[in-house]
Structures are given as structure tokens and as C-alpha cells.
Design a protein around this ligand. Structure first.
Ligand SMILES: *Cc1c(COP(=O)(O)O)cnc(C)c1O
Length: 968
């Protein structure tokens, strides 16, 4: 690659101080604000790439065979003001009623200090997953609080840092139990009194794994477990009907039959009820939604899972642990990474990648703000009010089915259920009718005395203050919880505000600097896109409310689906999957169902290139497929010879190939259409992993160049913020022949896939519905031209970086024409071989320069993958390149012996403020350590901890808040 030698390029703004020239920026155009590189900047970038304009760049970079020849058919772009007006209009069509339906979703009060300073605060929502722990201590502490709260409340040893929702958490518990139970049976028993969405997702997940799900009525006090072997049991506590039962005997019996037991539990109820860990459960799962997270029409919310230490290494998902840094101070980082899909691939414990971090942070802060006393009071008030409903109904001659409940009263009203629910709706309240004969009333933190009166009147009864005094005892909690000081020190709003600020100040998020993470597409999450998320008309919708309450939401969903169909060239889209990993699983299950519908049960081989993202292999296994790895050639492309051989070898049993396009190597491979033809020729389906869609939107459509199915990551290409590791949305888009197999929902809501559907993939019908307005607003404001310009600018900026850095860190792969796509891999292996400086050293040193490191060692070990996205302006891109070049200068000093490899600014990185005081016995100066070239002292970001020893933390696993003495 030709190096760029334009000193003026480093500061293009300086060349344009002539303000008499009219600015090319249109103040009304959102695209001009979203795309960071302005016209003069773009001119400089294109000049460096020897391209006349973006059209010429497109011709040079994107293979002719896949180019999409026309503009996308999307509405003309709207301004930010117009878009907000349109969103207000859609919002006004929704009716957020008083929600008392329960069924896993409960209204809650998000404390204002948390809503504004976490949910609406870019310092929290624009952060990335804490894989670089030194610049992520704030969110890691928040997640450690989450884990501590969950393990305390459930009475179990260790909890992870969030699951995608309660239903998928239960399904993950099922497979965990299968891996760890002594029984080798393939049967899994589920208490019939379990949430319908949980049973549905369990069935979806069980089918490809040959697990037989036995739903059993265990409601009577002496109900026996089914005869015969089973490996696991799932109980609900309280049940979907609201019933609270003493499950100790059932658990003991299951254990005696060599099965493991999971309990789906309501964390708020556990402030009053004896926790699962104390009644013998091995696992607890559930939702943390009612801890301050809005209903949001079903999500996003953080699910949870807690286990005993004997199976902690089998725990799916991300886990925060305590270790120490180079100075011996306690420090947090993700623990036991080797369990995860990005390391273990098809042997991983789960395919979970993006989880629900932002929502877990909200839930954890709710527990911090209220503390054990506050949570207990909230729970007691809820329980008392539920009791008042029960007393009033019984006084009115209505049978209350269960004597013991926490928040949900189940009333038997033979033949009258619909009428009661209709009467309550007249009063503005949603209740749940279970068939014709039963109504469930679920009390929440928001329930008032007036709500209770209206509810009771809907039944034709009269209110009473009489408490509910059932016969016998519910299993009551006596043990303490949330005893750690963090749950006691931040009770005033001032203290809470400062705690939140202190934590977010420790972290690098997009609101401070570029996050050049390849494959992750860390682009602008515009404020206007974010606005509607917390509006009550979206945030206050219960996912099971009558659809007429959600008219505006559904209109938005329908438009977004149509736009994504147009953008991808597929026939249909389901928005139900709540992360890319779940979209992958849905797509693969659709492929499986398609083959089976044609009598091809034997088609179970899934070809996956060696360079694929770890979720691909993990998802394939979850879909009951067998992974066969296809090699890559020296140029980083799929080895077509190897592919041909593998296709021929497995032709009869070929189910699918999963390819990422452009490839995970950041290159537009021109063999993609041949590849698709080859696989189709053998009867296989082509899964195009859409994580790199930011290089395609408006330029090429996977549904047109050979794909049968793709998942998209709305939290990458379509502006949903990463939230520190979630939430996400992973829609699955399919060609017409796969459309009948798309996800459905047990309550008949959002049945995109009708006949032949794979079933429910997420708990809620539209998954993480409340964040869909973000992607809707992005497309609405960009329009066809803006989206295409964004794609080509992202490609231009990546190529600009590749050219600037190639002579310092060789760019590993380019296409035949010498270009990369929207990201580039910098090869640090030659540097490591000659100097001993590692990719880790460079990544950590970037923090001293105020940058988040690029993606490390994916897809190639010893490399960094850089993706600038279209949102970064040229000044920031140059600042990053300058930092990388300065770091290369430091590496050279190690190489030439000026600094020893064991003691230099790279190995010592990152440097904390503490390194400015006390002893200093390094061969480089303090100034060189903390104020490297380009770092202005007044704007300096200091990482709060030095390099963290991850291995120490894995050997000495601590995954809840350490006692305060540890900080002494
Ligand atoms: C991000 C990513 C995924 C997984 O998506 P999640 O939303 O994190 O589950 C899959 N494949 C590729 C190539 C990715 O970059």
C-alpha cells in the first residue's frame, strides 16, 4: 500500500478557516450531522485513496456482481424536528394503561435519578462491552453490584451479569442442567404453573437438542413428579398463577432421582420469601425488569441466572470477577472467558454475546438506591395490596384460588372473565383473563388505593382494608441480604447522583472518544434517535395488553420491518430475536425446519469458515447441527478449493453455510456469488451473518447476492447503543421460502411465521420492542441517499486508516483491487516477533492516549481490527492514526534497545494518576507515561486502574462485591 504523506491531512480543518466560503453542511440535514466526515474532509480522504468521489470508490471496492443498481425505496429523509413530531404522533396512538396483567411483566418506578443519569445518559449507554477492563471499571462495578444483588436475593453463590430475558435464561438453565446432572435421561420436567412464554422458548430450544419437555401439574401439595428418569426440573416461584408453594419436598425428590433443579423466581418476592438457594435449588433464573426497568412492550430487560459454585464454570454469558492490577489494587474484569463462544466456539456453554448490560445497571442501581429495607418495603406494600384485593373479592363471594401469593391474585369467575377484564379496561386498567373462568390481578410498585378500588369494582365487589389472613404459612425469608455497604451508602439523591457520576467518569465511552472496534460498529447513537425510548407511550406498554393499546408501536414495527426488507432484499423480517446470537439461532432453526418440511431430516451439516465469529458455531450446535470448518487461503478469503471439497464430501447432508459478508477479515470477497451457487447446488442454504451490514446498506443486498437468511444487529448498523454490552436487537431476515418458519409467540401475538414456525425465540412477542424507535428514527432521518453515503463514507474512512497505518502496522488483508471494506486488520505479529511488544501492550497503551483499543485478536490472533464507522470526523480519525503512529515509535525504541521489553511505556500501560506520585524507577519519564504526544494535560483521561491480572482473578474467583477491607 502506498503510504500517505500529506502533513496537512492531519489537520484539515486548519486549511479551511476561510469562513466566507459557504459551509456545505445543511443545518437541517440529519445525515450531515450523523456522518462525521464533512465535505472538505471527504475530499482529503478520497484524494488519499485516489478516488474522484464516493461513486468511484464504490466501483473500486464493491464487486460488480453484487452491486445493487438502484436507490433504496425509502421515504424522503425527515429532519430531526419532523421525526420527533412523527414519533409523537405514533406515540399518541398508544394507550399505556394501568398495567396489572403480570405474567412476568410488572410496572415499576424508574427513579428519576437513574432514568436521567443512566438510561438517558450517553456515558452509560454508548459504552462498549467491558473487554478492556482498565477503561471499564465503572460499568464493571455496577455489574458486580448486579451479580451481588442477584446472588444475595436468590440465596445462591454466584450470578452472571445478565441474561437476555427470563425465558431464555430458563432455556439456558435447562441445557446447563443437562450438562451437569448425574441423570443421563433426555427428559426435562417443567411445572405447568410456569409463564407461557418460558415454556414456549424452552420447547423451541429443546426440540433440536432431542430434549423431551414434560409439562407436569405439580400444584397439589402432594403432587408427585412424573415417573421415569429426567435430568432437570424447572419450578416457578411464585407460579404464573401467582401461587406461592413450598417446593422443598419436590426439590429433594428431584435430587434423589439424580436430576438438577432450577427455580424461576421473582427477585422482589424473594425479599419476603425463603430464597431458592435455601430450599435446595441448584439454579435460579428470572427477570430483573421490575427492579426499575420500564415495561417497554416486552423489553429490553435483564434476565438473570444464579448457581451454586459446583457448576460455576458452566454458567453461560458474561461474568464479572474481582482481580488486582499491576499496583496490587483491586480491579474488576470479565472472568472465566474461556467458557464463552468467542473462545470455545462449538463447545461453548451458550451462544450469548450481547446481553442486557444497560438494563442490568438500571436494576442494580435500583437495589443500590433502595437498599434491602427499601426493597422489602416495596414488596410488603405490594403484598399487602394484593391481600386487600383478595379479601375484598372473597367478601364479595368470589373465590380466590390460591391462599398464598405474593403480588398476583387469581380469582375464579366462571363465565365472567372477559366481562371483568372489559370492566377494568373501562376504568383504564389491564387485567389478565385466563380463559373464560379466571382473572389474574397483579399488583405492582405503581398500584394505588384508587387502582385497587377500580379493580375490585370491576368484579362487582367492594373494597376493604381487611388484610388477607390465609391458613398455613408461606415459606418466609429470615436470612439477610444486600448487607454490603454499597447497598446502604447511596440513599439520598445527591449521593446516588454522585455515585453514578463517579462510576461513569471511570469509563471511556463514545461520548469521550472514538471506539474503533472492528465488527462492532460503534457509531453515533444520536440523541433524537434515543428520545422516544423513555416516553411513557412506548415505555409503559405491557406486551400482552390488547394490541389496540399499541397501535402506534405496531405501525412503527410494521414500517421498520418493511424498511429492513427493502434494505436487505429479503422477503420477511422478524424483530423478535433480542440479540444477534438469537437472530442466528432463529435463522438456523428456520433452515432446519425448512429441510425437515421437505423430508430432509438428515441435512444437519453446517459449514463455517475458520474466521467466523464464535456465535456462529455456538448457534449451529444449539440448532442441532454439526459444524464443519472451512479453511481460509493466504489472502484471508474463504478457500474455495476446500469449500468445494467439503461441499462434495457432505453434499447429501449439507444443511447450510454461515458466512459473514463482507468477511470478518474486512474484505469484500468476490467469490460470494460462486459460493452461494455451490452450496445451493448441493441443496444447502446460505446464512449470511449480517453483522457487517454497515458496509452494505444501499450498496448491496444479501437477499439478492445469494443469501437465504441473515440476522442484522440493530445495535451495530442501525444505531441502537451498545449500552456497555447490551441491549441489542437481532432481527432475522429471510427469503420467501423460509418465511413460514419465522418465530411466533405462544399468545398468538406477532406470529410472523405461521404454519411451521420454529416457535418463540424470545419471551416477548416483539423482543426488545421499546428500543425499535431508535432504528426507525435513524432510517427515517437518513433516507436512501443518506444511508448509502454513510456506507461509502465508512468504507472510505476505513481505507484511509489502512493507508495511513500500513507502513507502521501492515494491513493484513485487502481485496484483489487493494482495498478493505469498512474495517481493516492491522498485523502486529511481525512487531511482536522482533520487539517482544504484544498486541495487549499496544491496546493498553492506547488508553494512555485516551482511546479505546480496536478489536483485539479477532478474527486473527495477534492483530487489531479497526472500524471507524461513518460517524467519526477526520480530525478524530487522524488523532487516532497519530496515536497509533506515535505508539509505533515507542515500539521501535523497544526494538532498538532504548527501553527494555520488560519495562517501557507500553508494558507499563495503562498509567494511572497514582503513577504521578511516589517512587518512579522506570527508564522512561512520568511525562512520557501519562502525556504522550497529542495528549493535552487539561483533557487527560486517567484510567482508574493499571494493567489487570486476569489469570489471578480466574484462579481466585470472586464474583460479588468484595468486603470493604479488600480496598484498604
Ligand atoms: C456482533 C457479532 C455477532 C453477535 O451479535 P450479538 O448481537 O452480540 O449477539 C455475530 N457475528 C458477528 C460477525 C458479529 O460481529
Amino acid at each position: 500500500m502506498a503510504p500517505i504523506d500529506h502533513p496537512q491531512l492531519a489537520h484539515p480543518a486548519a486549511a479551511h478557516t476561510d469562513f466566507s466560503r459557504s459551509s456545505p453542511l445543511d443545518p437541517e440535514s440529519f445525515a450531515d450531522r450523523h456522518i462525521g466526515v464533512d465535505e472538505p474532509g471527504l475530499a482529503a480522504v478520497l484524494e488519499a485513496l485516489d478516488q474522484r468521489d464516493l461513486d468511484a470508490l464504490e466501483l473500486a471496492v464493491v464487486p460488480a456482481g453484487i452491486r445493487f443498481g438502484r436507490p433504496l425505496d425509502l421515504p424522503e429523509p425527515a429532519t430531526e424536528t419532523q421525526t420527533l413530531t412523527e414519533l409523537r404522533t405514533l406515540a399518541a396512538k398508544n394507550r399505556p394503561m394501568v398495567q396489572m396483567m403480570g405474567l412476568g411483566y410488572h410496572d415499576t418506578i424508574t427513579p428519576g435519578v437513574i432514568k436521567r443519569n443512566v438510561l438517558e445518559n450517553p456515558a452509560w449507554y454508548t459504552a462498549y462491552t467491558p473487554y478492556q477492563p482498565e477503561i471499564s471499571q465503572g460499568r464493571l462495578e455496577a455489574l458486580l453490584n448486579f451479580q451481588t444483588a442477584v446472588s444475595d436475593l436468590t440465596g445462591l453463590d454466584i450470578a452472571n451479569a445478565s441474561m437476555l430475558d427470563e425465558a431464555t435464561a430458563a432455556a439456558e438453565a435447562m441445557t446447563l442442567m443437562r450438562r451437569t446432572a448425574r441423570s443421563k435421561s433426555n427428559r426435562f420436567v417443567v411445572d405447568a404453573d410456569t409463564l407461557p412464554q418460558t415454556i414456549a422458548v424452552i420447547r423451541t430450544r429443546a426440540e433440536p437438542l432431542d430434549i423431551e419437555v414434560v409439562v407436569s401439574d405439580l400444584s397439589a401439595p402432594d403432587s408427585p413428579l412424573p415417573v421415569g428418569d429426567f435430568f432437570g426440573l424447572l419450578l416457578s416461584y411464585p407460579g404464573a398463577s401467582g401461587a406461592v408453594r413450598d417446593q422443598q419436598a419436590l426439590i429433594a425428590e428431584a435430587h434423589s432421582r439424580e436430576a438438577k433443579v432450577a427455580v424461576a423466581a421473582d427477585l422482589l418476592a424473594l425479599t419476603l420469601l425463603r430464597p431458592p438457594g435455601e430450599i435446595g435449588a441448584d439454579i435460579a433464573v428470572g427477570s430483573t425488569q421490575r427492579l426499575g426497568v420500564p415495561l417497554g412492550f416486552g423489553g429490553p430487560h435483564a434476565g438473570y441466572m444464579a448457581v451454586r459454585t459446583d457448576v460455576q464454570r458452566q454458567l453461560p454469558g458474561r461474568l464479572v470477577g474481582v482481580s488486582h492490577d499491576a499496583a496490587g489494587n483491586p480491579a474488576y474484569r470479565l472472568a472465566l472467558q474461556t467458557r464463552e463462544q468467542h473462545i470455545r466456539r462449538e463447545k461453548a456453554t451458550s451462544n450469548i454475546c450481547t446481553a442486557q448490560v444497560l438494563l442490568a445497571v438500571i436494576a442494580s442501581m435500583y437495589t443500590v438506591y433502595h437498599g434491602p429495607e427499601g426493597l422489602t418495603k416495596i414488596a410488603q406494600k405490594i403484598h399487602l395490596q394484593a391481600g386487600q384485593v383478595a379479601s375484598a373479592l372473597e367478601a364479595g363471594g368470589i373465590t380466590v384460588e390460591h391462599a398464598h401469593f405474593f403480588d398476583t391474585v387469581r380469582a375464579l369467575v366462571p363465565g365472567r372473565a372477559r366481562a371483568v377484564v372489559a370492566a377494568a379496561r373501562q376504568a383504564g386498567i389491564n387485567l389478565w383473563a385466563d380463559g373464560e373462568d379466571a382473572v389474574q390481578v397483579s399488583v405492582s410498585e405503581k398500584t394505588t388505593a384508587e387502582h385497587l378500588r377500580l379493580v375490585v369494582e370491576s368484579f362487582g365487589a367492594e373494597t376493604t382494608d381487611a388484610p388477607w389472613v390465609p391458613e398455613g404459612d408461606a415459606p418466609t425469608r429470615t436470612s439477610q441480604f444486600l448487607t454490603h455497604p454499597v447497598f446502604h451508602e447511596h440513599r439520598s439523591e445527591t449521593a446516588m447522583l454522585r455515585y453514578l457520576r463517579r462510576l461513569s467518569d471511570m469509563d471511556l465511552a463514545l461520548d469521550r472518544s472514538m471506539i474503533p472496534l472492528g465488527s462492532c460498529t460503534m457509531k453515533l447513537n444520536a440523541t433524537t434517535e434515543m428520545e422516544a425510548v423513555t416516553w411513557p407511550e412506548f415505555a409503559g406498554l405491557h406486551p400482552y395488553a390488547p394490541l389496540e393499546d399499541a397501535t402506534g408501536m405496531l405501525e412503527l414495527v410494521d414500517q421498520l420491518e418493511k424498511w429492513l426488507v427493502e434494505i436487505t432484499g429479503y422477503a420477511a423480517v422478524s424483530l423478535q430475536p433480542n440479540a444477534g446470537s438469537q437472530g442466528e439461532l432463529s435463522g438456523l432453526l428456520a433452515i432446519r425446519a425448512y429441510h425437515r418440511s421437505r423430508g430432509d431430516e438428515h441435512r444437519t451439516i453446517c459449514l463455517i469458515p475458520a474466521s467466523a465469529h464464535g456465535t456462529n458455531a455456538a448457534s449451529a450446535v444449539m440448532a442441532g447441527m454439526k459444524v464443519v470448518v472451512v479453511g481460509t487461503d493466504d489472502g484471508g478469503n474463504i478457500d474455495m478449493a476446500d469449500l468445494g471439497a467439503k461441499v462434495a464430501q457432505h453434499a447429501d447432508n449439507l444443511a447450510a453455510i454461515m458466512v459473514t459478508y463482507p468477511s470478518t477479515h474486512g474484505v469484500f470477497e468476490d467469490t460470494i456469488t460462486d459460493l452461494a451457487a455451490l452450496v445451493h447446488g448441493a441443496g444447502g442454504q446460505v446464512y449470511v451473518d449480517g453483522a457487517n451490514l454497515n458496509a452494505l446498506v444501499g450498496v448491496a443486498r444479501p437477499g439478492e447476492f445469494g443469501g437465504d437468511v441473515s440476522h442484522l444487529n440493530l445495535h451495530k448498523t442501525f444505531c441502537i447503543p451498545h449500552g456497555g454490552g447490551g441491549p441489542g436487537v437481532g432481527p432475522v431476515a429471510v427469503a420467501a421460502h423460509l418465511a413460514p418458519f419465522l418465530p411466533s409467540h405462544p399468545l398468538g401475538l406477532n406470529d410472523t411465521g405461521t404454519f411451521g414456525s420454529i416457535g418463540a425465540i424470545s419471551a416477548a412477542p416483539w423482543g426488545s420492542a421499546s428500543i425499535l424507535p431508535i432504528s426507525w428514527a435513524y432510517i427515517r432521518m437518513m433516507g436512501a441517499d443518506g444511508l448509502r453515503r454513510a456506507t461509502l463514507t465508512a468504507i472510505a474512512s476505513a481505507n484511509y486508516i489502512a493507508r495511513r497505518l500500513d507502513e507502521h502496522f501492515p494491513v493484513l488483508y485487502t481485496s484483489a483491487t487493494g482495498f478493505v471494506a469498512h474495517e481493516c486488520i492491522l498485523d502486529l505479529r511481525p512487531m511482536t516477533a522482533t520487539t517482544g511488544v504484544t498486541v495487549d501492550d499496544v491496546a493498553k497503551r492506547l488508553a494512555d492516549y485516551g482511546f479505546h483499543a480496536p478489536t483485539m485478536s479477532f478474527p486473527v490472533a495477534g492483530t487489531l481490527m479497526v472500524e471507524p464507522t461513518e460517524s467519526e470526523d477526520l480530525a478524530e480519525i487522524n488523532r487516532f492514526c497519530d496515536a497509533m503512529i506515535a505508539i509505533k515509535g515507542e515500539v521501535d525504541k523497544v526494538g532498538s534497545g532504548v527501553w527494555p521489553v520488560t519495562d517501557n511505556p507500553l508494558r507499563g500501560a495503562p498509567h494511572t494518576a497514582e503513577s504521578l506520585a511516589g517512587e518512579w524507577d522506570h527508564p522512561y519519564t512520568r511525562a512520557e507515561a501519562v502525556f504522550p504526544p497529542g495528549v493535552v494535560p487539561a483533557r487527560k483521561y486517567f484510567p482508574p486502574v493499571a494493567r489487570i491480572d486476569g489469570a489471578f482473578g480466574d484462579r481466585n474467583l470472586v464474583c460479588s462485591c468484595p468486603p470493604i477491607e479488600a480496598y484498604a
